[in-house]
Design a protein around this ligand. Structure first.
Ligand SMILES: Nc1ncnc2c1ncn2[C@@H]1O[C@H](COP(=O)(O)OP(=O)(O)OP(=O)(O)O)[C@@H](O)[C@H]1O
Length: 336
């Protein structure tokens, strides 16, 4: 578990302390993929760099397990950092070293001298990230997605229990982003590695994260499971992020409700509920009518979800809503 307790951070600029992160508390559980989303300047990089003490907090304490990171003397901090992998937006590979040498680098730094052990580990990692055929190439001969795979293999070299991802897919096209996120999800699942990632894209959060915190101007304004935050964002910043990730017509935002008769409801189905014919059953049983105004079915990580905006008509709409809620469907009234 990573635990921030009353942590805050200011930078000294022109002799003045300028706050980058207001005091906050945050817990990240072992084995989860935790996303931190925010606009430019919100404090995301500062927050993630506090975890491995690339930035020191101005106050408060940061625990990884029982270890108070800021209290560690230098050699112990170096050792603790070797158990934390990190990947970067611009990959930060050594351009004069091959793929294999880049991956071996952190093992050498950590004092591994057994060339055979290093080679075996590099081969294993190349296989995991799908780059065996590129072992002897230089970074300049690789695509962006391949460079990030080298970054991931290098970050895993010393068998970390925690992986920090600093805008790891921001420089990649959508298809490459998807494949790198799939790789991160696989690593999380198979190696039981905790992953903390920062991003400015809700779609990245939706694809891989279990929980998310939303940062706005140095404050955590919302946090929770991705499904809760994504389906019911409460803060204006979160609502904007979610809107950016949804086509507007799917969110039902632009439907001219005044031209539609009936009560306008948004239904959210999660997990199992997505596959059950509940809406059909309830409308049959209550004799109501409905008109579909907008809708989508998608996934939040491994969980399917659906959202439908409906105009409902008939004497028994309230009974229908009650039956839908009883079947585990979330119902919000948008207009009547
Ligand atoms: N070394 C520094 N010295 C002074 N101010 C800094 C320093 N690093 C960051 N800041 C300031 O702290 C605030 C938060 O910056 P941070 O880089 O953490 O935000 P971010 O959300 O990661 O932004 P981006 O997405 O643009 O990287 C900004 O106002 C920034 O200007």
């Amino acid at each position: 578990m990573i635990r921030f307790v009353d942590v805050h951070k200011s930078y000294r600029v022109d002799g003045k302390d300028v706050p980058a992160l207001e005091p906050f508390n945050l817990e990240i559980a072992d084995g989860e993929v935790f996303g931190i989303i925010g606009h430019s300047g919100a404090g995301k990089s500062t927050l993630i760099r506090l975890i491995n003490l690339l930035e020191r907090p101005s106050g408060g304490r940061i625990f990884i397990g029982d270890t108070d990171m800021a209290a560690l003397p230098d050699p112990a901090l170096r050792a603790a950092r070797q158990r934390i992998g990190m990947i970067f937006q611009h990959f930060n590979l050594l351009s004069s070293q091959t793929v294999s040498e880049n991956i071996a680098f952190p093992m050498r730094i950590a004092g591994e001298k057994d060339a055979q052990a290093i080679r075996a580990r590099v081969d294993e990692l190349l296989q995991r990230v799908g780059l065996t055929a590129h072992a002897n190439k230089y970074p300049s001969q690789l695509s962006g997605g391949q460079k990030q795979r080298v970054g991931i293999a290098r970050a895993l070299a010393n068998r970390p229990s925690l992986l920090l991802c600093d805008e790891a897919t921001s420089a990649l096209d959508p298809q490459t982003t998807a494949s790198v996120l799939d790789l991160l999800a696989e690593i999380n699942r198979e190696l039981k590695l905790t992953i903390v990632l920062i991003t400015h894209e809700m779609d990245v959060v939706r694809r891989v994260c279990d929980r998310v915190a939303v940062l706005d101007a140095g404050r955590i304004v919302e946090q929770g499971t991705v499904a809760d935050v994504f389906l019911h964002p409460t803060h204006a910043t979160t609502q904007r992020f979610v809107r950016e990730a949804l086509p507007e017509e799917a969110a039902g935002e632009n439907v001219p409700y005044q031209n539609v008769s009936g009560r306008i409801m948004r239904l959210s189905f999660r997990g199992e509920a997505t596959w059950s014919p509940t809406l059909g059953r309830v409308t049959r049983e209550t004799g109501i009518d409905f008109n579909i105004l907008a809708g989508r079915i998608d996934r939040i990580k491994d969980m399917p979800y659906g959202q439908l905006t409906l105009a409902m008509q008939g004497a028994n709409v309230d009974a229908a809503l009650q039956a839908l809620r009883a079947a585990g469907i979330e119902v919000e009234e948008l207009a009547r």
